[in-house]
Design a protein around this ligand. Structure first.
Ligand SMILES: *[C@@H]1O[C@H](CO)[C@@H](O)[C@H](O)[C@H]1NC(C)=O
Ligand SMILES: *[C@@H]1O[C@H](CO)[C@@H](O)[C@H](O)[C@H]1NC(C)=O
Ligand SMILES: *[C@@H]1O[C@H](CO)[C@@H](O)[C@H](O)[C@H]1NC(C)=O
Length: 258
């Protein structure tokens, strides 16, 4: 018992000492819960939005998006990002609804704090990286989009924007989604430059973020954010210190035995 306490104490001390100043590690946000990222359309603070539109309505009780943003999230080439879903002919409605839901999650969720990272981009100061998307949400997204067409596997970069909305660059040919995204993980992880990292956990586990949820049961992502805020090494995004700390935890018992 005593050695376990010593081990724990040592670990905490080591973590505190290293966490305080690690060269090259951007200062982590102090508040990971109930926050909005500093990006293009997010509100400064989350709060109630009684009339959020259709697919964004699950976030009505507490949202980072305005009503305007929630309406625009449902439009093609909306004022949000001028993004053209139909860049290789019409995207199937069954597929498009996942992109609308993905936009609602990104714009509205106040539960992405543990995955917010600073970026040096002209249009936003923060992004999310490695959000552990529940495996079923990714699987269904991929299945519903298989038969739609696209010309790229990373939709953040490399478009031709000369017309004011994104079009396929000349060298990128249109193929079915499953050509550019052979697996569900390829779709969810690659499409937005690793904003998501598909989780091995499933819906309802409390360990992965749900893009789709029934608000009458509450927002299941609150618990997920709380878990990863308290256990930053247990999941999808090692924050630089993660792997080292893990190593230390493995080594400490050996020191103590000697
Ligand atoms: C949302 O706001 C933008 C900028 O003010 C405006 O151009 C757009 O028409 C608004 N959309 C809706 C649905 O009100
Ligand atoms: C951020 O980008 C600007 C302009 O591209 C550049 O001048 C600056 O050095 C960059 N800062 C960092 C920390 O990379
Ligand atoms: C963890 O320790 C092993 C050897 O015990 C080493 O090879 C590995 O690079 C270490 N990993 C990290 C992230 O420090």
């Amino acid at each position: 018992m005593a050695w376990q306490m010593t081990q724990l104490l040592l670990l905490v001390l080591v973590a505190a000492a290293w966490g305080a100043q690690v060269p090259g590690t951007p200062r982590a946000r102090t508040n990971l819960l109930n926050v909005c990222m500093d990006a293009k359309h997010h509100k400064a603070e989350p709060g109630p939005e009684d009339s959020l539109h259709e697919q964004c309505s699950p976030w009505r009780k507490n949202a980072c998006c305005s009503v305007n943003t929630s309406i625009e999230a449902h439009k093609d080439i909306s004022y949000l990002y001028r993004f053209n879903w139909d860049h290789c002919g019409k995207m199937e409605p069954a597929c498009k609804r996942h992109f609308i839901q993905d936009t609602c999650l990104y714009e509205c969720s106040p539960n992405l704090g543990p995955w917010i990272r600073e970026v040096n981009q002209s249009w936003r100061r923060e992004r999310v990286l490695g959000v552990p998307l529940c495996k079923e949400d990714c699987q269904i997204w991929w299945e519903d989009c298989r038969t739609s067409y696209t010309c790229k596997s990373n939709w953040h970069k490399g478009w031709d924007w000369t017309s004011g909305y994104n079009q396929c660059p000349v060298k990128a040919a249109c193929h079915r989604f499953d050509f550019y995204f052979p697996t569900p993980a390829a779709l969810c992880n690659e499409i937005w430059s690793h904003s998501y990292k598909v989780s091995n956990y499933g819906r309802g586990s409390g360990r992965c973020i749900q893009m789709w949820f029934d608000p009458f049961q509450g927002n299941p992502n609150e618990e997920v954010a709380r878990f990863y805020a308290e256990n930053p090494t247990s999941g999808s995004t090692p924050q630089g210190m993660g792997p080292l700390l893990l190593n230390l935890t493995q080594m400490l018992p050996l020191w103590l035995l000697n």
